[in-house]
Design a protein around this ligand. Structure first.
Ligand code: HEC
Length: 113
């Protein structure tokens, strides 16, 4: 499980840096900031629950294995299969969808301006 925790750390760090970049370019009001904080909390809970739960019956599936929209389907399937609490499944789904997106998206253009 030690290795998996490192992977989670790397994935979360990657995703957060992407979101931090987006924050710089889009000024947001207080409400939007609070929504983002809640979203980060959910991603963090989801990452932990993913490591603890999703490797119980088979190997842990990496976020990049499926595109975001298929994680929606798959986690719903696994929620039923493993009888997971609904809020936990939502957290895991948010983590997997966001991570999958950040792994599959094209590199930003104009990086070496
Ligand atoms: C209770 C055991 C169990 C747990 C816990 C579990 N799975 Fe599965 N998973 C299975 C089984 C069994 C299959 C094979 C397909 C089937 O028979 O439903 C599977 C298949 C899959 C597949 C293949 C595609 C699919 O949807 O069938 C993916 C991806 C997957 N699991 C991801 C996850 C994720 C993500 C989690 C955590 C939310 C998870 N699994 C938790 C038992 C489990």
């Amino acid at each position: 499980m030690f290795v998996f925790r490192n992977i989670v750390g790397a994935v979360v760090a990657m995703a957060f840096s992407g979101i931090a970049l987006a924050q710089q370019t889009e000024p947001s009001d207080q409400e939007a900031v609070e929504r983002e904080d809640a979203y980060f909390d959910q991603i963090g809970r989801g990452a932990e629950a993913w490591v603890d739960t999703c490797g119980r019956c088979h190997n842990l599936r990496a976020p990049g294995e499926l595109p975001p929209e298929l994680w929606d389907v798959s986690v719903t399937h696994m929620r039923v299969r493993a009888n997971l609490p609904g809020d936990m499944a939502e957290d895991i789904k948010a983590f997997l969808m966001m991570s999958s997106e950040s792994m599959t998206e094209e590199p930003a253009s104009g990086v070496d301006e």
